[in-house]
Write a new protein. Structure first.
Length: 480
């Protein structure tokens, strides 16, 4: 199978190979050069560090066993020079433990010998694709210096920080409840950073995105040949997080049989890879998150009751953003700063109309939705302030919609006002306009459906029996 170059991958990427086996070096150089990479070779750790300083490669492929040192030592020195360059460690099957050590030390990934060209190529392409999203078009790494997240100053946020400060130094398991996008992972990371495990790994797992068939492998790992497609030994999330914190987001989505295995791991602090016979001791602090109450989940037999009680040593509940309106613009400014650094822009703030829209919109997706809206708006903005024209339709037109507890829907304000002032229907007053009436009826129908599906345009198009492109065109016409 011939691999195509990824669109987001930098052309003529430079790869540094640090390997003391001359034959392997030459084979790798010949193979990677055919696929458009510029390859530099270093025969030991010392030469590798110097070559890294001289050549500034986009990626490093480093053998774990070198004549003068080991791969982890080289990795740490390279990370001190440039934190953003991905490093792939090459190791023997018997050195799986060293692979885990390499991952904890900051390696992007590891490859086990014997080497397979396609596996190497795919791993390199994936690593460069990930880094490309964080780079400028010139290919030079761009470091976003701003914080990853902040906490507001509302009474709810202050209470949250007190809970974090209280539980962080302990080894308690924590359940974090909150709506989608409310910042559950940010809270989990903060707990980890304030704990005694801060220097150890923090591993986050989205349980909702793991398929039923692969859930056990993802969490506990598997041995080579343990099932069809297991061509390599895989280290699971528990091993990668050993000594640190494992964050299981949307844990109720895990298959019931995997929950049974998870209960055993929590009780005995040991794991066994799929297909393996050896038990591996693990020391992991567990933080789990859910957007539904786990008591309700176990009553519905979706979640094991005994597992819930194992996890339920401390609970934190996050307040939705719509109930912290005084913090909306604090977060908006924070996300704008991040977008400015990411896009190389200098947008100074928000138009007054935008501020009003932000403070009155219910933010169904909470902080995640706010962040994505601002990233999109920053990309579209050409001036020094974000205007309503750069916002999604559902936000820029929010003031013209009714979002009460009932399912009733109000049309455009100006239409309502006109109908209230009229003592007789339009068609009796000589103002009948069939075309305009049809247009307004279509507007009402589309907005009503959008509201019912929380402005999920794909779902709305399906309900309206039109394609997404037609729906977008109609929305665009309404905005004019």
């Amino acid at each position: 199978m011939k691999c195509k170059l990824l669109k987001s991958e930098p052309m003529n990427s430079k790869i540094l190979i640090i390997e003391d086996d001359h034959a392997i070096c030459q084979l790798l150089k010949q193979f990677l050069s055919k696929h458009g990479y510029e390859v530099t070779i270093a025969s030991n750790g010392k030469k590798g560090i110097q070559a890294f300083k001289d050549e500034s490669p986009n990626l490093v492929l480093c053998d774990f066993r070198l004549g003068d040192t080991d791969g982890v030592s080289v990795l740490k020195q390279i990370k001190e020079i440039n934190q953003s360059v991905p490093i792939i460690i090459v190791t023997g099957y018997s050195d799986i433990r060293t692979s885990v050590l390499a991952m904890r030390s900051g390696a992007y990934d590891y490859i086990t010998k014997p080497l397979f060209p396609e596996e190497i190529l795919l791993t390199i392409k994936k690593a460069l694709e990930v880094v490309a999203h964080e780079n400028l078009q010139t290919g030079a790494p761009r470091t976003v210096k701003s914080q990853k997240f902040i906490f507001g100053k509302s009474p709810q946020s202050n209470a949250l920080m007190k809970q974090i400060e209280l539980v962080a130094p302990t080894d308690y398991s924590v359940i974090i409840y909150g709506e989608s996008g409310a910042g559950k992972e940010a809270v989990a990371q903060t707990i980890h950073m304030k704990s005694l495990r801060a220097a150890q790994p923090f591993v986050a797992v989205d349980c909702g995105s793991i398929s039923k068939e692969l859930a056990g492998s993802e969490l506990f790992g598997h041995e080579k040949g343990s099932f069809t497609g297991a061509i390599l030994t895989k280290i699971g999330h528990f091993e990668l997080a050993n000594g640190g914190t494992l964050f299981l987001d949307e844990v109720a989505n895990l298959p019931y049989e995997v929950q049974t295995s998870l209960l055993r791991v929590v009780q005995e602090k040991k794991i066994r890879r799929i297909g393996g016979n050896k038990e591996i001791d693990i020391d992991v602090r567990l933080i789990i998150a859910s957007n539904e109450n786990l008591v309700d989940a176990y009553k519905k037999r979706k979640f094991r009751e005994d597992l819930f009680y194992r996890f339920n040593e401390f609970q934190i509940s996050l307040t939705p953003l719509r109930e912290r309106k005084d913090e909306i613009m604090t977060y908006a400014s924070f996300f704008l700063n991040q977008s400015n650094e990411l896009l190389g822009k200098d947008i100074t703030g928000f138009d007054e109309e935008v501020i009003d829209l932000f403070e009155n919109y219910p933010w169904y997706g909470n902080l995640r939705e706010l962040k994505n809206v601002i990233k999109r708006a920053a990309l579209l903005t050409e001036g020094d302030k974000i205007k309503s024209s750069s916002l999604p339709f559902e936000i820029s037109h929010f003031s013209k919609l009714s979002f009460g507890e009932s399912d009733s829907f109000n049309v455009k304000e100006e239409i309502v006002e006109k109908n209230e002032e009229a003592s007789e229907p339009d068609y009796l007053m000589g103002h009948a306009d069939i075309k305009n009436a049809a247009h307004e009826a279509e507007y009402e129908m589309i907005i009503k459906v959008l509201k019912k599906v929380n402005f999920n345009k794909s779902k709305a198009a399906k309900i309206l029996n039109i394609d997404r492109k037609t729906l977008y065109n109609k929305i665009k016409n309404f905005q004019q």
